[in-house]
Design a protein around this ligand. Structure first.
Ligand SMILES: NC(=O)C1=CN([C@@H]2O[C@H](COP(=O)(O)OP(=O)(O)OC[C@H]3O[C@@H](n4cnc5c(N)ncnc54)[C@H](OP(=O)(O)O)[C@@H]3O)[C@@H](O)[C@H]2O)C=CC1
Ligand SMILES: O=C(O)C1=N[C@H](C(=O)O)C[C@H](O)C1
Length: 270
């Protein structure tokens, strides 16, 4: 059987290493390219060296067009501007584009969705762990069933994370909002400081913690008058995200061009 030919973008980053490792270990895919930004320290190195393996024969480059020639799919955990540019390249080349990048603006998301309409097969998720995607489905149900409970989303990540709230926290907030048939953007409280007054009824609150090397902890609290439900996920290794991304790439190859979620990959929307 032909293997899916994958380019890892952001190859010199934390998730880049996890993605190279996951691609190298999966029998159904092969690494054919490794991209990083112009000027990145890892350019010119072999991708295998970044993960302490033998050489893989793939050198990190900043030449997107060269890296994508002969590829079927991009796994991209980078930064919003890079993901928008790669989505447009994926549309031009008719590629699968798996996007884990968080912190995208509404305009970034619109440009990425447009690339899906223009020929790319895009799967974008704030979290590629099947456990988190399942948690989101549970949160949606709980928020619907406990319609008058206060929903708060708490997240903690390592001290190098640059965006807040995390993509996962926003995904869980969206799930709660969906359960309540409301738009998250009209009901979210992303920061509290000073004399805030009492909590607004029906709002969905976010709290962000940063420290150490925490990979990613998320808890959704549903607080009622006399009880509190807490739905939590703790990531113990970045391989859960990388393996989910490889799974999404293999799934997306068999789909028509478009914009998909990890819930689609897991069949939760069937
Ligand atoms: N959806 C999910 O399941 C997960 C999502 N993430 C998200 O993935 C993203 C990356 O996380 P992480 O690996 O920890 O971050 P890192 O900073 O370790 O890695 C990001 C990589 O992307 C590169 N990069 C940055 N800007 C550009 C650009 N404009 N063009 C090309 N490459 C670029 C960086 O290069 P340089 O270092 O040289 O700047 C670096 O190699 C974040 O948005 C994070 O939130 C993380 C884990 C799971
Ligand atoms: O930046 C990270 O590290 C992570 N980012 C994603 C997010 O923003 O939710 C996923 C995971 O929690 C790790």
């Amino acid at each position: 059987m032909t293997r899916l030919r994958i380019v890892v973008a952001g190859a010199g980053g934390r998730m880049g290493a996890a993605n190279i490792r996951a691609v190298a270990a999966h029998p159904g895919v092969e690494l054919v390219g490794a991209l990083d930004r112009p000027g990145a320290a890892a350019l010119g190195k072999d991708a295998g060296m970044l993960i302490g393996l033998e050489t893989l024969g793939v050198t990190l480059t900043d030449d997107t067009e060269a890296a994508l020639s002969g590829a079927d799919a991009i796994i991209d955990f980078t930064a919003p501007a890079a993901s928008v540019a790669l989505a447009q390249a994926a549309a031009r080349h008719g590629l699968v584009h798996i996007i884990g990048t968080t912190g995208c603006s509404e305009a970034d998301d619109a440009a990425i969705a447009a690339a899906g309409a223009a020929g790319a097969r895009i799967v974008k998720s704030g979290n590629f762990s099947p456990g988190v995607v399942t948690l989101a489905a549970l949160v949606e149900k709980a928020a619907r069933a406990l319609a008058d409970y206060d929903v708060e989303v708490l997240e903690m990540h390592h001290n190098q994370k640059v965006d807040a709230p995390s993509g996962t926290a926003l995904m869980l907030g969206e799930a709660a909002a969906k359960g309540r048939h409301i738009a998250l953007k009209d009901h979210s409280v992303r920061v509290r400081d000073g004399h805030t007054g009492p909590r607004e009824v029906g709002s969905i609150g976010f709290a962000t913690l940063r420290g150490g090397n925490v990979i990613g902890d998320h808890t959704v609290i549903l607080a009622g008058a006399s009880e509190r439900i807490e739905l939590s996920h703790r990531a113990q290794d970045r391989s859960i995200f990388a393996n989910g991304a490889v799974r999404a790439a293999l799934w997306a190859k068999a789909q028509p061009p478009g914009f998909y979620s990890m819930a689609d990959v897991l069949g939760l929307n069937d």
